[in-house]
Design a protein around this ligand. Structure first.
Ligand code: ADP
Ligand code: MG
Length: 727
């Protein structure tokens, strides 16, 4: 790679000590890293921060004027205290310095500056002890005009830490910018001029050193577009590279197994199933490897679509591997695939389970069936791919539930075939379009929105204990009524015991923290241990089998409990979100989610998909203490109000923060999304994708787009650095 000024080490530009302080504070190590440490916001010199409302114990940066300076001796010890009162016009804050009386020479009444430190409270007065500060030197003989220009100049406020303050970042960036050569622009001139975007060099300069607000706004627009453009170019190029490999075509013939299967189906495929089925058929018939994501609600018939694809592959002599997220689900898949195929087809394609837990002899038999090619459909967890399982001719990999499956894992799957296998990813988590384009931009996306006819929709209700505390006991009554009908129930809690929270994936944990910070919900959470004990103690559950399931139990025990529940040996399962993905117990008719406001919107939607899976009508009770009209309550109400997963996913996205939506690894590291917001920048992402597509079509290897090529390499480099740092 030719040396770009962006790749230069920071130590060269700032000196080793500063560079390592910055590396420690922000994880930046090159000039490019530092320059993309963008301001969080911009303050005006005249801007008056509401000092009166400063949050205690937080690091703040404020712009203010010195009112008064007083020095007094300390009472108990020798030495002096310098107290400086500063004001922003709305409130007064006291700065305190111990034994630094020399500061009174620069901190004179009337001088203005920017002050940073941790807010303390001393006898009811807010203050900063030993703050960092920088005074504005206005009185350097400038004229009126330049003073007013100066007053207008936005001050960039950077993400800062206790050890590196905002203006230290500003200074360092200034040092770098002063000697920065012109930057080659990853966005081609033609693309920029069409959108009237300024050049990269100018944008980088203005986002850090704006003279007026419009400067940083237009700079940010240009950089945001660049971000979207580089990201989409990376994804499109990745996609093109995959497609340029040669896969084996897999075509089902007339009068073959697939046709037979379709003819014997006891129901009609939905319109969406047919449509997606045709997309997959076309992919399999092409010699470019399929790389497709199928999203659809639980029960929308995705597995059926996958089974049809596997039959097409089997018919042309190839094998399929189906990867499930857990052993229980893998076992469940084998059973349901055998069932849907019927005895005759099942005997021909031999759905075979391979798991780490099976007895050695069985496992040996199963792996033999895979390597010899006798089994056309092999099911397991993704250990199936990493362990010593070999295939005779792997033609298709189906990943059920993409959750823990990133780009790297998909890549490692492709190594398993003699030619790259086709890949089909199934997910029940609806993904809004712009997110799909951003996170899964290397995949083609199909959607099954239509549910099979005759499904009894599940009913959801909020149980608002804040207003109706008496409904609390009605919940248990309701469950026992279902049990009396011979059905089973889930009770979901956000915590395992009074100390361990297990709400699920990180995103929701963050969301929960936010809610807690906002004081929206009580801190105490329903937990499995206590709820289990109290249910067992209730008279209406006498003689019922009530068990627990959570992430702290050993895997084997979890599987055992799940199997017993699936077999109907357990009546009530008190669980955390470990039951979230894919569990299929048609006889479970009711789910109670305690402290439902502790879960994310999409997560609640996923959870309730566990009930009402058979012919029995499903009921979901979302229990919450959150007050009416609070944000927490709103989320729960949203879930109860619709069964449309896409609508909820969009709502969820709006309520969440960006990094949480994308997941750090998936977003491709710190390089990828700095200014871009998938929620609000959907149109921009689309435009950028289109523009990047044009460029790549004309110049697939980017031979005449050196700056873009470099940007892509830099991006990859950063994400692998991130990856290494994480693993
Ligand atoms: P998903 O994998 O999306 O959760 P499945 O493929 O497992 O959905 O289908 C759920 C249930 O609905 C299965 O019992 C399946 O046989 C049945 N099913 C699938 N497609 C249809 C259809 N078009 N009409 C009626 N039932 C269907
Ligand atoms: Mg399924």
């Amino acid at each position: 790679m030719p040396d770009s000024p962006l790749d230069a080490r920071l130590s060269g530009a700032l000196g080793g000590r500063t560079a390592s302080a910055f590396a420690k504070a922000f994880g930046v190590s090159t000039v490019g890293d530092l320059l993309s440490h963008y301001p969080r916001r911009y303050a005006r010199r005249g801007e008056l921060t509401a000092l009166a409302e400063l949050p205690l114990d937080e690091n703040v940066t404020i712009v203010a004027e010195v009112l008064e300076v007083r020095e007094r001796p300390m009472r108990a010890r020798r030495g002096s205290i310098l107290e400086v009162k500063i004001s922003d016009g709305s409130g007064i804050l006291t700065l305190t310095f111990f034994n630094q009386s020399w500061r009174s020479k620069e901190l004179r009444p009337g001088s203005r500056g920017i002050f940073a430190g941790k807010v303390t409270d001393y006898r009811g007065t807010r203050g900063l002890n030993h703050p960092d500060y920088e005074l504005f030197d206005v009185e350097l003989g400038r004229g009126e005009a330049s003073v007013s220009k100066w007053a207008q100049q936005p001050i960039p406020i950077y993400p800062a830490t206790a050890s590196v303050a905002s203006w230290q970042v500003q200074k360092a960036i200034g040092v770098v910018l002063d000697t920065l050569p012109a930057l080659a622009d990853p966005v081609p001139e033609s693309v920029r001029s069409e959108r009237q975007l300024m050049s990269f060099s100018r944008a980088i300069d203005l986002i850090h050193r704006p003279e007026k607000d419009s400067d940083w706004r237009t700079a940010r627009d240009a950089l945001r577009f660049q971000e979207a453009f580089v990201l989409q170019a990376a994804l499109l190029q990745q996609r093109a590279r995959l497609r340029s490999r040669t896969a084996t075509t897999r075509v089902a013939g007339a009068g073959g197994m697939l046709e037979r299967f379709d003819a014997d189906l006891p129901f009609e495929l939905t319109g969406d199933q047919k449509f997606v089925g045709r997309e997959i058929t076309a992919d399999l018939a092409s010699d470019a490897p399929m790389n497709r994501l199928v999203q659809g609600e639980v029960g929308s018939g995705k597995t059926l679509v996958a089974v049809r694809a596997m039959l097409a592959v089997a018919e042309s002599g190839g094998q399929s591997a189906l990867l499930a997220p857990t052993e229980v689900l893998a076992a469940q898949h084998v059973r349901s695939i055998a069932r849907v195929l019927g005895p005759e087809l099942a005997a021909r394609v031999r759905p075979t389970l391979i798991t780490g837990q099976m007895p050695l002899a069985d496992r040996r038999k199963a792996t033999l069936a895979a390597v010899s090619g006798h089994a056309s459909i092999v099911v397991g967890t993704h250990a199936l791919m990493s362990e010593s399982v070999e295939f005779f001719d792997l033609g298709l990999v189906v990943v059920d539930e993409q959750h823990r499956f990133g780009v790297e894992q998909r890549e490692s799957l492709r190594q398993k075939g003699h030619t790259p296998p086709h890949v089909l990813v199934l997910t029940a988590t609806p993904i809004p379009r712009t997110v799909a384009m951003t996170v899964f931009g290397d995949l083609d996306v199909s959607t099954i929105a239509e549910l099979p006819a005759g499904r009894v929709p599940i009913e959801s209700f909020v149980v608002p204990l804040a207003e109706k505390p008496a409904w609390g006991s009605r919940i248990w009554q309701r469950i026992s009524e279902e049990l009396a009908l011979g059905r089973q129930a889930f009770v979901v809690c956000p915590a395992i015991d009074s100390t361990v929270v297990e709400v699920g994936d990180e995103p929701d944990a963050a969301e929960v923290r936010d809610a807690a910070d906002a004081g929206e919900a009580p801190v105490a959470r329903a937990n499995v241990t206590d709820v289990l004990a109290s249910i067992r103690a209730r008279p209406e559950f006498a003689g019922r089998r009530v068990e627990e399931l959570h992430g702290r139990m050993p895997g084997e025990l979890k599987d055992q409990v799940m199997r017993a529940f699936a077999a109907g040996d357990i009546d009530v399962l008190v669980a955390t979100t470990v039951i979230e993905v894919g569990v299929d117990v048609p006889n479970a008719s009711v789910m109670v989610v305690l402290d439902a406001d502790r879960f994310g919107v999409s997560q609640l939607h996923q959870l309730r998909g566990r009930v009402g899976r058979g012919g029995v009508p499903g009921l979901c009770l979302l229990v919450t203490h959150a007050e009416a009209e609070s944000l927490a309550r709103e989320r729960v109400e949203a879930v109860a109000s619709t069964l449309d997963g896409f609508e909820l996913a969009q709502k969820d996205l709006e309520l969440r923060r960006e990094g949480d939506v994308l997941g750090r690894n998936q977003a491709g590291g710190r390089s990828s999304l700095r200014l871009l917001r998938v929620v609000t920048d959907g149109d921009l992402i689309l435009e950028a994708r289109e523009a990047a597509g044009f460029v790549l079509d004309a110049d697939p290897e980017l031979e005449s787009h050196e700056a873009l090529r470099e940007a892509l390499e830099r991006r990859l480099d950063e994400s692998s650095r991130d990856f290494l740092a994480k693993n």
